[in-house]
Ligand binder design. Structure first.
Ligand code: NDP
Length: 249
């Protein structure tokens, strides 16, 4: 029997562009109803919503700053009241504000930690209740290889991404008895708007450090999300899956 997400409802934070968009579209392709959130890109988010609907699935595009706990409550309440339940939460929204520690401002530190890490607390906490009521769920948190190996110029980002791994293991232990699984995906270098900001020399270095010798694409992250969303991963929790062409091994 093929893998199917038919009947499942999913929420992807930061689904307007890049990896989050690819995740949202692939979840829909496999049969799920999908809601996305976004911060600023209303047009792009509405296009993703239309693409999901064109696949014959229900969709929502909701503007909600991932940093804001009350907005997380609003988003998840809307999904549960309209669709009856939330099966899968993908915490994907994230930003970079790179700088060497000596030059890093307090704002650069705070913005990245709150957007990337507090957001995970917000949505995971709020999702727990409806998932408990529904007797199960899957939470998938998007970290990064630099959360495992560190990276000069990204102390704020690496700290947030390592924090996600610790948070997810704790969450997995707290909620396993309720049949809620929580796992991490740690992407390597994936071509998106986020990495378009890197200069050529840095990109060449990254490719050299990747055993598979190339950048990944957002669809390859989405494939791992589909697996962790499905019942085919029913005995996996607290795990970090690297999808990085071998970079951090
Ligand atoms: P992009 O910059 O292409 O997209 C980021 C997405 O997050 C957008 O949808 C954006 O919404 C949303 N977002 C940003 N801030 C907020 C916020 N405060 N509230 C709600 N949504 C927000 O990034 P990527 O697709 O490259 O990255 C996605 C995730 O993958 C991130 O967590 C990133 O750290 C991680 N990752 C990426 C890698 C890569 O190589 N690209 C490698 C490893 C990890 P809007 O369009 O409205 O701004």
């Amino acid at each position: 029997m093929g893998l199917s997400l038919e009947g499942k409802t999913c929420l992807v934070t930061g689904g307007s562009r890049g990896i989050g968009k690819a995740i949202a579209l692939k979840l829909a392709e496999f049969g799920a109803d999908v809601a996305i959130t976004y911060a600023r890109s209303a047009n792009a988010a509405n296009e993703v919503k239309a693409e999901i609907e064109a696949k014959g699935r229900n969709a929502k595009a909701i503007q909600a700053d991932a940093v804001d706990f009350a907005e997380a409550e609003k988003v998840i309440n809307e999904i549960v009241s309209d669709w009856g339940k939330l099966d899968v939460l993908v915490n994907n929204a994230g930003i970079t504000k790179d700088n060497l520690i000596l030059r890093m401002s307090e704002d650069q530190w705070d913005d990245v930690i709150t957007t990337n890490l507090k957001s995970i607390f917000n949505y995971s906490k709020v999702a727990a209740r409806p998932m408990m009521k529904n007797r199960g769920g899957s939470i998938i948190n998007i970290s990064s290889v630099v959360g495992i190996s560190g990276n000069a110029g990204q102390s704020n980002y690496s700290a947030s991404k390592a924090g996600i791994i610790g948070f997810t293991k704790s969450y997995a232990k707290e909620l396993a008895s309720r049949n809620i699984r929580a796992n991490v995906i740690a992407p390597g270098y994936i071509t998106t708007d986020m990495t378009d900001a890197l200069d050529e020399k840095v990109l060449e270095g990254i490719k050299e450090a990747t055993p598979l010798g190339r950048a990944g694409n957002a669809d390859e992250i989405a494939d791992a999300v589909v697996f962790l969303s499905s019942d085919m991963s029913s005995y996996i929790t607290g795990e970090t899956i690297r999808v990085d062409g071998g970079m951090a091994m």
